[in-house]
Ligand binder design. Structure first.
Ligand SMILES: *Cc1c(COP(=O)(O)O)cnc(C)c1O
Length: 326
């Protein structure tokens, strides 16, 4: 695929490591791609998306980035860090309030100098786009030019970051001499999955891309991914024709709900940390990899030998509630 230009922000390529102990335990070869190590302040999967979205913002002459997310949004923190690094302003619309504990990503948002507007859960789900537009207009009156990045940078341009990541994986397969039969990733707003899926398809690669949703349900994300695949094609010029049934979303691991932990999820994260020295987060990768391992145990992945899990980051999402379950 010929890529739209991006800027370079992430430490790439990220390593792929084999999880030796877990592989023995599950009788499958399990690998992990360390997208949690794309950076530190700028860590996780969102930075790959921002390489494309922020390029577009700079090309348009913008000096402010506006985005939105939950109080502990990794995406908002990454956006705040990128803005600071590039000398831009950052304005975050966060679902939460002043009463939230000043910890994790929210703490770093403040440290990085982002402006914050708190909204209720209801305002967030019904009118976050309008609220961001309002902020954009206000900034424009003050002489700024702002660029709005939607939730999770999950739109056509943001998803290109994971089209590029898929091509990175294909090169690494050759270097490592391993063919990944299945690639699994957490799904929160769908852009990471859609980018991987699109490039896998375009490169006529036959890995099966699995997404484990951490909110909503499979039906919602299958529809959302189809929309995103269309949006991606407006940048690449090539549409792909797939149906809802072709999108593999593994449902059943949302647990108590978005950003709420169950004891078995925390126990799994703790076990993997001790077993492999890898720290997952409680909101995305902990739930997703717990789901992956449960499904492997149930036999759903029996036809796959080599399985690659993408660690999308999120370490700053450890909050006092999740820690209390340790
Ligand atoms: C945002 C996020 C995801 C989900 O990616 P989407 O592209 O929003 O589906 C997964 N893991 C972490 C750590 C994230 O911050």
């Amino acid at each position: 695929m010929d890529f739209i230009k991006s800027i370079s922000l992430a430490n790439l390529p990220t390593k792929i490591e084999k999880l030796e102990q877990l592989s023995k335990e599950l009788n499958h070869d399990i690998y992990i791609k360390r997208d949690d190590q794309t950076g530190l302040e700028l860590s996780g999967n969102k930075i790959r998306k921002l390489e494309f979205a922020v390029k577009e913002a700079l090309d348009k002459g913008c000096d402010y980035l506006i985005t939105c997310g939950g109080i502990q949004s990794n995406h908002c923190r990454a956006t705040a860090a990128v803005a600071a690094k590039l000398g831009l302003g950052a304005y975050l619309v966060l679902r939460g309030s002043e009463d939230n504990e000043l910890e994790g990503n929210y703490f770093f948002d403040k440290l990085l100098g982002a402006k914050i507007r708190f909204v209720t859960a209801e305002e967030y789900s019904n009118s976050r786009m309008e609220i961001m537009e309002e902020i954009k207009n206000k900034l424009e009156k003050e002489g700024h030019k702002a660029y709005i990045i939607p939730e999770g940078a999950s739109n056509g341009i943001g998803s290109l970051g994971y089209c590029k990541a898929m091509e990175e994986i294909l090169r690494q397969e050759e270097e490592l001499g391993v063919k990944f039969d299945a690639i699994a990733v957490a799904v929160g707003s769908g852009g990471t999955y859609a980018g991987l899926y699109y490039a896998n398809h375009m490169n006529k690669n036959d890995s099966v891309i699995y997404g484990i949703n951490v909110c909503n349900d499979a039906d919602y994300f299958k529809g959302r991914v189809l929309e995103l695949l269309k949006e991606i094609s407006t940048y690449t010029g090539e549409e792909i024709h797939v149906n809802k049934e072709d999108i593999d979303i593994v449902d059943g691991y949302v647990g108590k709900g978005y950003a709420l932990s169950r004891q078995e999820e925390i126990d799994f994260i703790h076990k993997l940390a001790k077993q492999e020295g890898i720290i997952l987060d409680p909101v995305y990768t902990g739930k997703a990899m717990y789901g992956l391992v449960e499904e492997i145990k149930k036999g759903r992945f029996n036809r796959h030998k080599n399985i690659l899990f993408i660690h999308t980051g999120g370490i700053f999402g450890w909050n006092s509630f999740a820690r209390s379950l340790l």
